[in-house]
Each structure stands twice: as C-alpha cells, then as structure tokens.
Design a protein around this ligand. Sequence first.
Ligand SMILES: NC(=O)c1ccc[n+]([C@@H]2O[C@H](COP(=O)([O-])OP(=O)(O)OC[C@H]3O[C@@H](n4cnc5c(N)ncnc54)[C@H](OP(=O)(O)O)[C@@H]3O)[C@@H](O)[C@H]2O)c1
Length: 276
Amino acid sequence: MGRESSSVFSGTVALVTGGGTGIGRSIALRLARKGAHVVVAGRRAGPLGDVVSEIEAVGGRGLAVPTDLAQIGDVKNLANASIEHFGRVDHLVNNAIMNYGGAYDAVTVEQILHMIGVGLTAPLILTRLLLPQMRERRSGNVVMIGSTAFVGWPEVVTYSAIKAGLDGFAQGLRREVVGDGVHVTTVHPAGTDTPSMTSQARREFVALGFKIFSPEFVADAVVDAIARRRPRVIIGSWEKRHVWLSHVDPRLIDRTLARMRPGFQAAMLDHQTPSS
Ligand SMILES: NC(=O)c1ccc[n+]([C@@H]2O[C@H](COP(=O)([O-])OP(=O)(O)OC[C@H]3O[C@@H](n4cnc5c(N)ncnc54)[C@H](OP(=O)(O)O)[C@@H]3O)[C@@H](O)[C@H]2O)c1
C-alpha cells in the first residue's frame, strides 16, 4: 500500500476535525507522512499546535484552526480558512465527537443537542460546504469516522444514532456523487486507545472481552479506505461479525447486548468526552 497510497496523497490537502488528539491526531500525522498538507480543527489551540509542529517535523505543512463544531459560524469559518490557506480540501475527515454516556433519559436535552451538533450536524454541514469544490475538480474524499455502536448500543443511544446517521449519510452521498470523482466512506473503529478511552471505560470493555486498538491502526485503515476507495470499513473481527449479525439476526444481538449491558453501564457511568 505504501507507494501507491503516497501517490494518492502527495501534495493534496486534508482537513481532520478533532485532529489534535486520539484517532484524529494519528490520521493527521499519517496523511502528513504520505505527503498531504493538513488542517487540524478542535476547540483547544494547544493540542492542535503540537500536531502542526509534528507535521512540520516530517516536512509537511499544517494549519491549526481552533473551532467549536457546536457553533455553525465556526464550522463555516473552518471551511473558509482551509480554502483560503491551501486553496482547496481534497480529503475531509469528519472525526470529532462529543459523547455523554449513560441511560438515555439520564442525559439532558442540552447534552443531546450538543452531541448532535458536534457529531452529526457539523460533519454534514462541513461536507455541504466543501463538496461543490470537490465535484468541480472531479476529485475528493469524504470520510466519516463512525463506531461499531452504530448498530445501536445501550448507554450510548444518542451516540449510536449519530453514528448510524453518519453511515447512512455516507452511503447515500457516495451513491449520489459516484459519477463526479468524489468518494464518500465511513470507517467504524472498535475500541481505541485515545483520551476518550478513560481508565474506567477501558477496564470495563476489556472485562467484556473487547480488544483495544491503537489510534495508528485506525489511521492506517482510514488511509487505506481513501486509497482503495472502500465503501465502508469496520475494524475488528468480532465487530465485523457483530455488525453483520445485527442486520441478519437483531434478536440475537438484543440478547448479546443484554448480557453485556452491566459492563456498558459501568463503562459509561458519568462518561463525558474529555476536553483537557
Ligand atoms: N476511542 C474509541 O474507542 C472509539 C471507538 C469507536 C469510534 N471512535 C470514534 O473515533 C473518533 C475519534 O475519537 P477519539 O476517541 O480519538 O476522540 P478523542 O481524541 O478522545 O476526543 C474527541 C476529539 O474531538 C474534539 N472535539 C470535541 N468536541 C469538539 C467541538 N465542540 N468542536 C471541535 N472539536 C471537538 C476534541 O478536541 P477539543 O476537546 O480540543 O475540542 C478531541 O480532539 C470519534 O468519531 C469517535 O466516535 C472512537
């Protein structure tokens, strides 16, 4: 994949939301090593600046755009700032997330709206703003970072809805723009070692038997999904089977998740995506 994917990325421009930490950071650095210039966005300037320094250290060009994706004005500014600085965006990676765990009726209305704003509205609007240029150039990639939870998991119900929404959006949009040279895909990570994988969540997920992947492993899958134009990628062999079974035998998955529910409850108790 090495040389082939480098030629896909060399001299192109990527925009990665949540690019200061976790999976987003790894994607930004992988793309930079393959020759892309990278815009990274998130609320905190510190982690973004560190990633830009790392990009520059491997000979790339980076741009940090401090952005609150819950604010639509910030989303528009991010698209404009990327175009103004680099002239275009070839690869949009919608990666940032805000998650509040717990039973659905224990999460507040404000928290639900916050999750949807960052995790669903912002990716759809950012894609809407950058797509026309991609279609005009007859080239571009849009990647939605989903989650295995898109099958519908308890204790992360809004998060599941957001990830299912991103998946449906990506499948539909790809089929709409397939003739325009633009590729749209979803990469669904399994449990991954990032700031969101708190020690509490890790302990419970490992006890449930989940494998925890490295963010670099997920970043490689994203690079591969773009380079090989894969329509949907699910990380993890248990997870692939789980997604398949959820479509062919949802009652079986009801029973599986009922057994796992106490672990999910313990993992997600008072969970909030860390921001420091
Ligand atoms: N970690 C896992 O186990 C796992 C599993 C499956 C799927 N995923 C998916 O992988 C993606 C990345 O997850 P991660 O675990 O790597 O996340 P993370 O780095 O632990 O944290 C979330 C990222 O999103 C950014 N963010 C949060 N709210 C934001 C806002 N209002 N505006 C702009 N940026 C915001 C954060 O930056 P600031 O705080 O600076 O804003 C941070 O960079 C997500 O889509 C997640 O759902 C993760």
